[in-house]
Design a protein around this ligand. Structure first.
Ligand code: WTA
Length: 656
């Protein structure tokens, strides 16, 4: 089994039809229904979204204009007043869903909790009132650095309720990475926990927060709100740090949702790009609420009795849109799991599915590949018959892994939705609608209604069917990112200027390569920039290079991804040393540790290769393309005539 390659998916043409039993009960029941919906949305996207916004969401006040598009800046539902926490909670309380499970949580050492909509509402209101007591007002940014416990979602919803944009930082990031994000967002408060469980060990989250705030290194942060999870001893800084369980004593559970402007910022989420520091992707309220609501409803084909489980972490966009906001806005039962599969517990996912009778299961190809390796006797030993629908996200899925997922987990009865999207898009963009669109292993199939996706060349002209090109979107959509926090210019440069506007029409450039086949199916090939994906986690090679050169021994570093069976890609770093250092195993270890300290364990290089020099063009640019081939052990193909010094490459090849 290999990670997806263009060759392996070029020849894939098996077609899987949903069963008529599935289609008959589905939200969108046939290909014809999808096509009609798609054509209607394409003919008038503004009317399409306006109708759904009216039908599906609660507004305190209706908008005066559906879309204000000043390329590349979009505003949706201008002057509409809305609150996503109201849509996720309050509006269900007056229905039979009041006592339905909103959130089922399975904790790692075996504890669990279920919160009904009424209970979740109460928790969120109290949390919001505590935030207010700590001085948080509408517009103040709140950092959330949490394990996968209900309070992570509660904190997000509490922020949304009072109009304080949140910025969730994945708990696997280091203190340094956390500090950078808190500073960029000028966060006033951090919500964290004493620790979290991760793969049989405690992650000391609060210690990391202390480190991030040490020496007043994140001066905007005034308070830290700490949730007790693991009960180990932590430092509590007087005046700055507060226990959630203390402050909630006697706090009111009445906290009306603040009517927010549709365009008010809901959150910032940092993500990696090909240049510079991670970007703060800004999402706003109304459009994001509508788009995550509709995509959850139609793609996951929700029924009111379903238990829906997305295995992402809330620190990533998938957790935001498809654990918290999309499912709750629909009144679904969303499951949250603190653990992760590992060798010591290879059946843990299947246990959770069996225990709760999960109907819809959404995970990442890297997890599926890890399960294949662990052996199918683990899932086979559990009852997975409750499953009706499967999904994947985060990276291309190789047809072999798709087939395994279909056969072993789905029992050949569950459609698979392979969903292509990004932090920037806010919601799923290209995907099967499971009752309507037949699937092909490895293809994300067709765009969601209202999404005008295309594959073009660098001049913006559509390429022919089956030819590779750049994946773009032609028309604004409600949950598109609004800007890079504090940097409109970077937003414009990164997403809207790679491909020149034609006749004033701006194209959103996703950074992915793709091709479209004769049936109009999209096949996403992966990034065309210097972004790599390790176990579905998105990392910029530049970030890792900057971390390496911040170490005194390193003169220069170039980082590339190498195909990996399970993780998709592995990080390989080519490093040249300062003259007073020489390569050694200890130094290799130390450099790996240094990267973990600077960014987090997710960025630990798999290999560090020392070299006297790096292959560069005459103008001094490192030729990463060559390093990628070297790392993968492939022949160096293509043009090497721009190399400044060919012997550098020969030497590297000899050493490998
Ligand atoms: C990749 C995750 C192929 C892609 C939601 C994209 C995918 C990046 C798929 C965004 C898929 C995501 N097939 N590639 N189904 N889903 N990607 O921002 O390269 O963490 O640009 O968002 O993941 O990663 P991000």
């Amino acid at each position: 089994m290999t990670a997806p390659t263009i060759e392996s998916i070029l020849h894939e043409n098996r077609l899987f039809q949903p069963s008529s039993e599935f289609s008959n009960q589905a939200q969108i029941k046939s290909l014809q229904d999808y096509e009609q919906l798609y054509e209607r949305a394409k003919a008038d996207p503004v009317a399409f979204w306006a109708e759904l916004a009216e039908q599906e969401l609660h507004w305190f006040q209706k908008w005066d204009q559906v879309l204000d598009w000043q390329p590349p800046f979009a505003k949706w539902f201008v002057n509409g007043k809305i609150n996503i926490s109201y849509n996720c909670l309050d509006r269900h309380l007056t229905t039979w869903r009041r006592n339905k499970a909103a959130l089922i949580w399975e904790g790692e050492p075996g504890d669990s909790r279920t919160l009904t909509y009424a209970q979740l509402h109460r928790e969120v209101c109290q949390f919001a009132n505590v935030l207010k007591e700590l001085g948080i007002k509408k517009g103040d940014v709140v950092g959330i650095y949490m394990p996968m416990i209900p309070e992570a979602a509660i904190a997000m919803l509490a922020c949304a309720r009072i109009g304080a944009p949140h910025t969730v930082v994945f708990g696997g990031f280091s203190a340094e990475a956390l500090r950078d994000r808190l500073n960029d967002g000028k966060a006033k408060l951090v919500v964290t926990a004493d620790g979290g469980w991760r793969k049989d060990a405690i992650v000391p989250l609060k210690d990391q927060v202390d480190k991030a705030l040490d020496d007043n290194a994140a001066p905007s942060v005034e308070n830290v709100l700490v949730v007790q999870r693991t009960h180990q001893r932590i430092h509590m800084e007087p005046g700055r740090d507060h226990w959630w369980h203390d402050l909630r004593q006697g706090i009111s559970s009445d906290c009306p949702a603040e009517p927010m402007d549709s365009e008010d910022m809901l959150f910032i989420l940092y993500t990696s790009g090909s240049t510079g520091k991670p970007k703060g992707v800004v999402h706003s309220t109304g459009g994001y609420n509508l788009y995550t609501h509709m995509t959850t409803k139609w793609i996951f084909d929700l029924r009111d009795t379903d238990v829906y489980w997305c295995t992402a972490d809330v620190g990533w966009i998938t957790g935001h849109s498809y654990i918290v906001y999309g499912p709750l806005s629909n009144g679904a039962t969303t499951l949250m799991y603190e653990g992760a599969p590992r060798n010591s517990n290879p059946g843990c996912f299947w246990d959770v599915i069996e225990k709760y009778g999960v109907n819809i299961f959404y995970t990442a190809p890297t997890a599926i590949r890890a399960f294949i390796k662990m052996g199918e006797h683990h899932p086979k030993a559990r009852d997975l018959s409750s499953l009706r629908l499967l999904g994947t996200v985060g990276e291309p899925i190789n047809p072999e892994a798709w087939m395994w997922y279909y056969r072993v987990i789905g029992g050949e009865r569950c459609p698979i939705v392979d969903t292509w999207w990004q932090t920037e898009t806010g919601g799923i963009m290209i995907t099967p609608l499971p009752g309507a669109i037949p699937t092909k292993p490895g293809s994300a199939t067709r765009p969601f209604p209202g999404i005008l996706a295309d594959v073009v060349d660098l001049d913006g002209h559509p390429v022919k069917d089956n030819e590779g090109g750049y994946l773009v979107v032609r028309h604004p959509w409600p949950s598109m990112m609004r800007t890079v926090y504090g940097d409109d210019d970077r937003f414009r440069r990164t997403y809207w200027e790679h491909i020149a506007p034609i006749d004033g029409q701006y194209l959103y450039f996703a950074g992915d390569g793709a091709r479209r086949d004769d049936d109009g199916y999209f096949w996403v090939m992966g990034r065309v920039d210097d972004v790599i994906s390790v176990s579905g986690h998105r990392l910029g090679t530049m970030e890792i290079e900057s971390a390496l050169v911040s170490h005194g021994a390193v003169a220069e570093a170039a980082v590339v991804g190498k195909p990996d069976e399970i993780k998709g890609e592995e990080i390989v770093a080519f490093v040249t040393l300062e003259s007073n250092y020489s390569p050694s195993e200890e130094l290799e270890k130390e450099l790996k540790k240094h990267v973990v300290q600077e960014i987090g364990a997710l960025a630990r290089p798999g290999q560090i290769r020392f070299s006297d020099a790096l292959p560069k063009t005459r103008s001094g640019k490192i030729m990463r393309r060559l390093l990628r081939s070297l790392a993968a052990g492939q022949e160096i193909a293509g043009d090497t005539s721009t190399l400044e010094d060919r012997s550098v490459l020969d030497k590297l090849r000899e050493d490998s």
